[in-house]
Structures are given as structure tokens and as C-alpha cells.
Design a protein around this ligand. Structure first.
Ligand SMILES: [Zn+2]
Ligand SMILES: [Zn+2]
Length: 270
């Protein structure tokens, strides 16, 4: 059995994918369980109605679960970004208990130009020291998210590297962040927050986020709550690179991954 715990649909601002198309793609890939985890981007709160799309995705999932009941279990979730910077927005989500899974993310970093998504930052204009200053803020925000926010899965740890090294080839290493990454891992193990193996980065980094070294560390600390997430924004990326990710997980010693239903982890042997 395979579960893809992180996908987007037309109810995210950066996807036009119909959930039904994602269903068909997941079935074709042999995936039996997947979660629709559209963005709840707290930093857009003042400009957009960010709650209605999430509610609409939830309704669509309910309908599609009836239609595909014999082939799929579709889970209803959300990916909350920048929750620590907008506590009043985050508070509104706390009561939304109907959801299967809440993914916690940091997508924006408050650097020289103010809060900006790292996907749109031109790192080629950065000095090495500026990249480190940027990453300092990213990791601190992530740590604070783990400390302060109630969520189930920590998404794409080290994600800015997909752009810094994957897109701009700056060859930045993460040695400087070993300690804070260790602290984040220790805390999620203690709090029972799952660590996502995000497979969207195989295209640019030829590795998952986080990479094998960090996953080994997590394992050595007793971390076993692993979820797989394609972070697909288009149907053809459903469950992408899961085979290579599962091989890596087995090599490390993991023998199961998890999916979340009603915010409770359930295991799957790999
Ligand atoms: Zn994300
Ligand atoms: Zn995502």
C-alpha cells in the first residue's frame, strides 16, 4: 500500500489541477491513499479569502470519496504556511477538526525585501553570507513553528535548497545548520510530529527533502513517523519518485511509513 500525503489542487493559488484528475493519476500509479492538502497561506490573509477554497476542497473530497470508494481513500487536509507570523489566522484553523491532516510549512522568509516566498527569490544576486542570513531566518522560523503550532507533518525540511542549489547552483552546504536541524528533529520526535519525505526535489536536487543524511539522523534519534509527499501540483506528479524514496528509507532502516486519518497516524509497511 502507498499513501501520498501531500498534493495540491485547483483550490491552491498555484495549481489548476482538478482533484478528480489527481484521483485518476494516483490510481494509475498504484497509490491507494492520498491527501488533498491545499495551501492555507496565512500571509495572503489580508488580500484574499483563504478559508473558502480550503472548505471547497474539503467538500470536493467528500464527493470524490463516494465516487472512488472502491479504489481510493482520499484524505482531506491543508498545508499551513507562515502560521507563526499570523497567529490570529492560525487560531481560526484550530477548531477545524474535520480534517485528516495538517501539514506545517515555512514558504516565506522575512529578509531584506520583507516577507517573500523563497520560490520567487533570485538567489543569483545573493552573496554567500546573504544566503546564510536568509537560511538563518528560515530555520529559526521552522523551529518556532515546531515549538508553537499544533500540526501533524513537518513539510519539506530544507526546501529553500531546492532553489539555492537546485535552481541557482550555489553549492551551499548545510553544515552551519547541523545544530538547529538536530534541535528540530529532537523536538518533532518528542512531540510526535511526522517528518515528511518530500519527493518533489528529485528533479532539481536528485534527492528528497530532507536528504538521506538528515533522515538517518532522524532515525538514529528514534524518529519513525515518516510520511511520503509528492507535493504534486499537477496530476502527472502524483506519487512521483516514491520508489526511489522507499528504497532509500529501507536502506536507512525504516520498515514503515504513515498516513493520517482524523489527525491520527496509521502505519503502512514498506
Ligand atoms: Zn510547501
Ligand atoms: Zn505543498
Amino acid at each position: 500500500m502507498i499513501a501520498d500525503m501531500h498534493t495540491h489542487s485547483e483550490f491552491s493559488h498555484d495549481s489548476v489541477c482538478k482533484i478528480e484528475d489527481m484521483c485518476l493519476a494516483q490510481i494509475e500509479k498504484g497509490t491507494e491513499i492520498f491527501a488533498v492538502t491545499d495551501h492555507l497561506d496565512c500571509f495572503l490573509y489580508n488580500d484574499y479569502d483563504i478559508f473558502t477554497p480550503i472548505a471547497n476542497a474539503h467538500k470536493a473530497v467528500e464527493e470524490l470519496n463516494k465516487r472512488y470508494a472502491d479504489k481510493l481513500l482520499i484524505l482531506s487536509g491543508m498545508e499551513i504556511g507562515e502560521s507563526i507570523r499570523y497567529p490570529e489566522v492560525y487560531q481560526k484553523t484550530v477548531g477545524l477538526t474535520d480534517y485528516d491532516v495538517i501539514i506545517g510549512s515555512v514558504h516565506c522568509v522575512d529578509y531584506k525585501n520583507g516577507l517573500e516566498p523563497y520560490v520567487s527569490v533570485d538567489f543569483s544576486k545573493f552573496t554567500t553570507e546573504e544566503v546564510y542570513e536568509f537560511l538563518d531566518i528560515y530555520f529559526n522560523d521552522l523551529l518556532k513553528t515546531v515549538d508553537d503550532i499544533d500540526f501533524d507533518i513537518l513539510a519539506h525540511l530544507t526546501c529553500p535548497m531546492r532553489y539555492i542549489n537546485g535552481k541557482y547552483h550555489l553549492g551551499i552546504t548545510l553544515e552551519r545548520y547541523e545544530q538547529i536541524i538536530d534541535t528540530i528533529l529532537v523536538k518533532i520526535v518528542k512531540k510526535g510530529i511526522a517528518l515528511e519525505v518530500n519527493t518533489s526535489s528529485y528533479d532539481r536536487l536528485n534527492s528528497s527533502m530532507p536528504d538521506e543524511d538528515i533522515l538517518r539522523k532522524y532515525y538514529s534519534m528514534g524518529g519513525r513517523l515518516i510520511t511520503l509527499g509528492s507535493d504534486a501540483h499537477v496530476a502527472q506528479n502524483a506519487s512521483s519518485n516514491f520508489k526511489v524514496a522507499i528504497e532509500m528509507l529501507k536502506r536507512i532502516g525504516f520498515d514503515r511509513v504513515y498516513y493520517y486519518q482524523k489527525r491520527t497516524p496509521k502505519e503502512i509497511e514498506i
